[in-house]
Design a protein around this ligand. Structure first.
Ligand code: C5P
Length: 220
């Protein structure tokens, strides 16, 4: 066993696909922490509750978020018993998630859930603050980056594959706005942990990124 793996980076840098593959290779559990903030955002948007920090914190405290695997082995995000995997990728959720993730009380709740998951079994966890805050003692930390152009290209391709309509310049503006909010918030902002290995994925394929991470973890 190699211990927990933390993978952080800005939106669209390829963290989740790489993290899922690394987890598979190591036989670890994969935890998509972005999906947890997204699930709560989806719930807030659909609950008709006031857009008020106290109300959102209250909602976070009573929201159950879990992960399960579908028949093809794909990760499902379950919010209060319902599969919300598709809904949480919608534009409305992406456009509002950083406003919810900046609330200290929301982060306290999510971090508590994330640490509880990591205490049960070894995990590969991806997000924005995993190496710097959620699992500061994780022995393996990575920070993935890519240019805005490349991240936009990847996100558009993903949406194309999923049959979702998009406007390229809007996708790019959304990614940029989300990064700015994630970097500038006061609680646990998006930041590279001092002991995280930086991987620029611009010129690398997904398989190269995964191979690099696995090699590093195995100390090869
Ligand atoms: O990773 P993903 O793009 O799905 O994350 C959605 C949003 O959730 C991020 O833009 C950020 O606002 C928030 N997030 C966070 N901390 C994490 C993971 C995600 O604040 N550990």
């Amino acid at each position: 066993m190699y211990g927990n793996v933390a993978i952080d980076g800005p939106a669209g840098a390829g963290k989740s696909t790489a993290a899922r593959m690394v987890a598979e290779r190591l036989g670890y559990i994969y935890i998509d922490t972005g999906a947890m903030y997204r699930a709560l955002t989806w719930k807030v948007l659909n609950s008709g509750s006031r857009w008020d920090d106290e109300e959102i914190i209250r909602l976070a405290a009573v929201t159950k978020i879990e992960f399960s695997l579908d028949e093809q082995g794909g990760l499902q995000t379950i919010c209060d018993g319902s599969d919300v995997s598709r809904e949480i990728r919608e534009r409305n959720v992406s456009a509002n998630v950083s406003r919810i993730a900046r609330i200290a009380g929301v982060r306290r709740r999510m971090v508590e859930l994330q640490r509880r998951m990591a205490a049960q079994k070894p995990v590969v966890m991806d997000g924005r603050d995993i190496g710097s805050f959620v699992l500061p003692d994780a022995p393996h930390k990575f920070f993935l980056i890519a240019s805005l152009e490349e991240r936009t290209r990847r996100r558009c391709r993903q949406m194309e594959e999923q049959g979702i309509d998009f406007d390229r310049s809007q996708v790019s503006a959304d990614i940029k706005a989300r990064d700015e909010m994630d970097r500038s918030r006061t609680v646990a902002p998006l930041v590279q942990a001092a002991d995280a290995k930086l991987i620029d994925t611009d010129c690398l394929t997904l398989h190269q990124v995964v191979a690099l991470i696995i090699k590093e973890i195995r100390g090869e």
